[in-house]
Design a protein around this ligand. Structure first.
Ligand code: NAD
Length: 354
């Protein structure tokens, strides 16, 4: 038996594949289109490992997805594949509609076809887990209760609207066709292999390069933060023990204003790698025009996952963020490669299109 991971060369997907294979020998088939966000260097430690099979391709390719499901007798699908960057969705929503909505639809269709043809007991145990975001719930005021699974969907960006659409399709495939699905809605992740366009890796990298640390608006936008390995353990738990058709919120109980996150990064960097002039990295903080329609606050109530499935995060924000800064300091070669054309030539050399 084996599992199909989509988007497994991205930030969370690659952490998930590494985490999965550190705990089990089951084959992981990894289907990823390798957009700018997909990076096979995240999985370099698996080169030559027969438990990992990488396939370059699109979740919107029904025939490809169906053939992989059949060929490998897949017992579970974990869908990470998505366009994931809010700013990019504002400047160019089309890719988000294509992958997050059309792609998810075609993936569901291929899975439905495969599942329909499965014999018992494989049909009974098959699962599709769809990985989604807390951004589908919209924005909260400071005094509002955190998002529960029953919170109304109110997506505000093209990214969150496209993820919301995919969540609805997943839900509908369960209700209409009985497809055995699970959905997780998680808060902001941080940790190793995070593409340096997102707040935390961007600020670490800019700090080290002497560049400005950009803060949107007043920096008081609040997000809940979860260390990526805790997200992986939550997905594993939901896949193993979740109730089919249910939605599980995943979060770290770590609400932080963006400005506080950046100040924390600066003080850890001040300690671990002080600036040559002795000043704090906080001197590089620069306020920039706010993102249009920027949601003010996300906060997630992950108590259902704790209560029903016994999950809790292993890291606090303080321990996780320190590990993250240390990882970026130790892996500057990875960052430099991601930001340069070297990565593309490494890719062309190591992986031909299948
Ligand atoms: P990412 O952008 O780092 O990775 C996405 C991966 O999907 C990339 O490897 C990319 O090449 C691949 N991909 C894109 N389009 C594809 C397609 N059509 N077919 C196959 N592969 C394709 O994203 P991430 O941060 O790792 O997020 C993974 C999932 O988790 C997304 O669904 C996202 O919505 C969700 N999520 C992310 C966060 C977060 O904080 N990053 C939080 C909650 C939920």
């Amino acid at each position: 038996m084996s599992i199909l991971v989509t988007g497994g060369a991205g930030f969370i997907g690659s952490n998930f594949v590494l985490d999965w294979l550190s705990q089990t020998d089951e084959l992981v088939v990894n289907l990823d289109k390798l957009t700018y966000a997909g990076n096979l260097q995240n999985l370099a430690s698996l080169q030559g490992d027969s438990r990992h099979e990488f396939v370059k391709g699109d979740i919107a390719d029904y025939d490809l997805v169906l053939s992989l499901l059949e060929k490998h007798q897949i017992r579970a699908v974990v869908n990470f594949a998505a366009e994931s960057h809010v700013d990019r969705s504002i400047h160019g929503p089309e890719d988000f509609i294509q992958t997050n909505i059309v792609g998810s639809f075609r993936l569901l269709e291929a899975v439905r076809q495969y599942w329909n043809n499965l014999k018992q007991p494989a049909k009974q145990t098959f699962r599709l887990l769809h990985v989604s975001t807390d951004e589908v719930y919209g924005s909260l005021e400071k005094t509002d209760a955190p998002f529960a699974e029953t919170h109304q969907y109110q997506p505000n960006s093209p990214y969150s609207a496209s993820k919301a659409a995919s969540d609805h399709l997943v839900r509908a495939y369960h209700h209409t066709y009985g497809l055995p699905v699970l959905t997780t809605n998680c808060s902001n992740n941080y940790g190793p292999y995070h593409f340096p366009e997102k707040l935390i890796p961007l600020c670490i990298q800019n700090a080290l390069s002497g560049k400005p640390l950009p803060i949107y608006g007043d920096g008081q936008q609040i997000r809940d933060w979860l260390y990526v390995k805790d997200h992986c353990s939550a997905i594993r738990r939901v896949l193993e023990s979740g109730t089919l058709g249910e939605v599980y919120n995943v979060g770290g109980w770590n609400e932080k204003a963006n400005l506080d996150v950046v100040n924390t990064l600066c003080s850890i960097l001040d300690e671990l790698q002080p600036r040559a002039d002795g000043k704090s990295y906080a001197a590089q903080i620069t306020y920039v025009t706010d993102r249009p329609g920027h949601d003010r606050r996300y906060a997630i109530d992950a108590s259902k996952l704790g209560r029903e499935l016994g999950w809790k995060p292993a890291e606090t924000f303080e321990t996780g963020i320190r590990k993250t800064v240390q990882w970026y300091l130790d892996n500057q070669a990875w960052v430099v490669n991601v930001l340069s054309g070297d990565y593309q030539s490494w890719l062309d050399k190591n992986y031909a299109e299948r």
